[in-house]
Every structure is written in structure tokens, then in C-alpha cells.
Design a protein around this ligand. Structure first.
Ligand code: SF4
Length: 219
């Protein structure tokens, strides 16, 4: 049975399933529109997020807000959560046992929000969602399919701040997201036309990117 976000939060609140509970300041559950079409999945809270209990509120968050404009989106229209709900010390990479302990919460969040599109930010969330060992550089720039979700992998905003040569690629990925959203919305409008016998609101919009299908399902 699908849990509500409130039920999931009640399970996460006070969680001590991995050792990150010993070093965290706060649990960073996730934030945004509970009915979002697009859900962003990052890696883990950083220092600012650990203090503020909200994902992507530091420099990477500001850059993410800029990127959203390339997709025609505002921050309040999306939902954002991380693979890990607690900050790893010194922002080190998540450990396999931490991901194993924490990702059931993320799965429940995805099911509760039921977005159409998942945007994975960086290697850890991309590998988890697409169930692949491939790196983000080879996966970005395309729409992937897993289960019922379209997935757009891109770099983590923090990686682009550290290495600005990644920024043009991230911008391309957000333009791709915007086009996919337009296409989905046009398809929905066409379905409404069929159901309600009203005039079409938009012509079909084509996506330039290749769609790649994963055999694995995220469920
Ligand atoms: S990272 Fe996840 S599993 Fe580990 S203590 Fe925090 S909420 Fe629990």
C-alpha cells in the first residue's frame, strides 16, 4: 500500500538505522510539491542542508534554482529528496550500507509523490534509480525509461560549481527536461481532447533526444 509523505516522515523521524544518526544535526527528509510532475533526487545533505533541514539550500541549491529556469520550472513546482537523509561526515560519499538502510524511505517517497519524471543528480542517485554501474557522463543527455518513470540523469549541481565546464551540459539537460514536460503536457491535452471533445491546445512537440529503455524497473 502506498504510504503518505506524513506516514513516511513518521518512520524517518528519529531514525537510527545507520551510523549517520550519530553525526547528523537534523534529518533532511525532502521538500516541495507533493503532487509534482518532476522529482529531483540528489545524493545526501551537505553542511547547510544538515543545519537547515532542507535539501539544496546552499550554493548548489542556488545553482539548481537557476537551472530550473531552463526547464521553465520554479522550485515550488518540484519535489526534491536525497538518497541519504543524513549528512555523511565531511560530505564523503555514501557507503553501501547507508544507502541500503536509507533508500527504502526514498522508494516510499517516489511512490507517494508518483511523479512522471525523475531527474537524478550525480552518480549515486543515477546508479540507484537506473540500476546501473555506468557513470553519469555516459548517461546524461538522454531520457531513460525505468518502470513507469522517465529519467533524466545529469551532473550534481555541486560538481558543476566545482568544475564549471560541466555547466553547459547541465543546461542542455534542463532544456531537455523542459521539452519532455512540454511533450507530456501536450499529450495530456490531447487525451483530454479525446475524452471531452474540445479543440486541441497545442501541436505535437517532438523530443530531439534518443530515448533509452532500461530493462530494470524501479519499484
Ligand atoms: S541516513 Fe537514513 S538510514 Fe541512516 S540514520 Fe539517517 S535516515 Fe536513518
Amino acid at each position: 500500500m502506498t504510504k503518505t509523505l506524513s506516514e513516511i516522515w513518521n518512520e524517518v523521524d528519529g531514525c537510527r538505522l545507520c551510523r549517520l544518526c550519530e553525526t547528523r544535526t537534523t534529518i533532511v527528509f525532502g521538500v516541495g510539491d507533493p503532487n509534482a510532475e518532476v522529482m529531483f533526487i540528489g545524493e545526501a545533505p551537505g553542511k547547510q542542508e544538515d543545519l537547515g533541514a532542507e535539501p539544496f539550500i546552499g550554493a548548489a541549491g542556488k545553482y539548481l534554482n537557476t537551472l530550473l529556469s531552463h526547464a521553465g520550472l520554479k522550485r515550488e513546482e518540484i519535489y526534491i529528496a536525497n538518497i541519504l537523509k543524513c549528512r555523511p561526515p565531511e560530505n564523503r560519499n555514501p557507503l553501501p550500507e547507508e544507502m541500503e538502510a536509507c533508500t527504502p524511505f526514498l522508494r516510499d517517497q517516489v511512490q507517494a509523490i508518483n511523479p512522471e519524471i525523475l531527474v537524478t543528480l550525480g552518480n549515486f542517485s543515477t546508479r540507484f534509480i537506473l540500476r546501473t554501474d555506468r557513470g553519469i557522463t555516459g548517461l546524461r543527455g538522454q531520457v531513460h525509461l525505468t518502470g513507469r518513470f522517465s529519467v533524466i540523469p545529469t551532473f550534481h549541481p555541486a560538481a558543476a560549481i566545482y568544475d564549471p565546464s560541466k555547466k553547459p551540459f547541465m543546461e542542455q539537460d534542463f532544456v531537455l527536461l523542459g521539452r519532455l514536460l512540454e511533450k507530456r503536457r501536450a499529450e495530456k491535452a490531447q487525451r483530454l481532447v479525446a475524452e471531452k471533445c474540445v479543440q486541441p491546445a497545442a501541436d505535437e512537440i517532438r523530443l530531439p533526444a534518443t530515448e533509452e529503455t532500461s530493462d530494470e524497473c524501479f519499484s
